[in-house]
Design a protein around this ligand. Structure first.
Ligand SMILES: Cc1ncc(COP(=O)(O)O)c(C=O)c1O
Length: 396
């Protein structure tokens, strides 16, 4: 018999993953070119050529034990140093390798951070709509996820609700910026206000509250809006980063966690995240790809490609009468459902072979998420279908 805690997870196995499987089935039935699968955030832009070149060079030149062996659970010191130097240059910070733990993607980084700080019953506040796995990650450590409502026009967090949600049991706040699923960037002003509220609450409750900044989309930005580097605004901030999206390497499971020396309980906190990495069975981030990315930190995937996709899908859907949040970052479009129950809208889209994800998968009904990390052709060919659905709802 499977564990009690797993029963719910098995029953509600990710809607997004199910759609991905369904998309593959539909492609077999109708032909791949006639199915427009916008369900998954799997980058379609190639990884930078330097990644491949670096991997080949390392495989040719380095000894097997140097690239495939175990190393310290925190990762190779020279890789961590290269990342610290790169962050210092970009964000005017003061990190060294002792502040960086290499992680198995953002997912690994978040789980290590939570394992290190959460006791059963502790509360973790986040902002709706949110990446569905947050609930599962927090539940891994018997924490309780508390959700803050967004401003319904801008999808910036509703700060009055946030303030109400931070209480004596709050141990962490997860911020995802740029945001999946809305594509919104939380502004510097928002981050400053969040930091002010947390400083006040820490003092009021005599507690320690950590921000966990989840940043896999940091480089995917299409406007001049700055994505604040939160350690510069709030002392107790851990940053989880991943190369899954910015370098199109999601299968390689490579990222890192930053633990600034200014955090309360440093260095115990750093040791705790590293031990979490070991005892949860990750042991260390993949060895070859630690070295590969250390040689390509200036590289990123072709963001102009996503920008072009963003313009086509946003402009077209708005011209058909859909109400969409204009994305500033990530590669998602957040579309208001023309009917209250967005699952009906999802079903209408499916009739046109268009797959989008219901907002309820991000704990926010009434909207759907479209991932535009697909080919330009896919977007172009899907447009008549979107237009037909808009006409059926009388949007224009
Ligand atoms: C907001 C957010 N956080 C974390 C992750 C996990 O990323 P990774 O593949 O680096 O583990 C994702 C992946 O889609 C994401 O969208």
């Amino acid at each position: 018999m499977i564990a009690e805690k797993m029963k719910g997870l098995v029953k509600n196995n990710s809607v997004i993953r199910q759609m991905f499987e369904e998309g593959k089935k539909m492609a077999q039935e109708f032909g791949a070119e006639n199915v427009y699968d916008f369900s998954l955030g799997n980058p379609n832009v190639s990884a930078p050529e330097a990644v491949r070149e670096n991997a080949i060079r390392l495989l040719k030149e380095e000894s097997s034990s140097d690239i495939h062996g175990y190393m310290a659970n925190a990762g190779y010191p020279e890789v961590r140093k290269a990342i610290a130097d790169n962050l210092n240059l970009r964000f005017n910070t003061n990190f060294d390798e002792g502040n960086i733990m290499m992680a198995t993607g953002a997912a690994g980084a978040l789980n290590c951070a939570l394992k290190a700080i959460i006791n059963p019953g502790d509360e973790v506040v986040t902002f709706a709509p949110y990446f569905v796995e947050y609930k599962n990650y927090v539940a891994n450590f018997d924490g309780v996820l508390v959700v803050t409502e967004p401003d319904k026009n801008t999808f910036q967090p509703q700060l009055s609700d946030f303030e109400k949600n931070v209480g004596p049991k709050t141990k962490a706040v997860i911020i995802n910026n740029p945001n999946n699923p809305t594509g919104v960037i939380y502004t510097e002003d928002t981050i400053k206000k969040i930091a002010d509220i947390l400083y006040k609450k820490q003092e009021e409750y005599g507690s320690q509250i950590y921000i966990i900044s989840d940043e896999p989309y940091r480089e995917l930005v299409y406007t001049d809006t700055k994505v604040p580097f939160i350690t510069n605004y709030y002392k107790n901030t851990l940053v989880g980063y991943s190369f899954s999206k910015s370098m199109s390497l999601p299968g390689e499971r490579i990222g890192y966690l930053v633990v600034p020396s200014e955090c309360d309980d440093f260095p115990d906190l750093f040791n705790a995240v590293v031990i979490a990495n070991r005892v949860m069975g990750f042991v260390n981030a993949p060895s070859l790809f630690q070295k590969v990315i250390a040689g390509c930190l200036e590289e990123k995937a072709d963001i102009a490609y996503y920008a072009k996709n963003r313009d086509l899908i946003y402009d077209s859907l708005v011209s058909y009468g859909y109400n969409c949040v204009k994305p500033e970052g990530a590669f998602y479009l957040w579309i208001k459902s023309p009917v209250e129950n967005e699952k009906e809208f999802v079903a209408e889209c499916k009739k046109e072979h268009i797959l989008v994800v219901p907002g309820s998968s991000f704990s926010y009904g009434g909207y759907v998420r479209l991932s535009y990390c697909v080919s330009y052709e896919t977007i172009k060919n899907s447009l008549p279908g979107f237009k037909k659905v808009a006409e059926r709802y009388g949007l224009k």
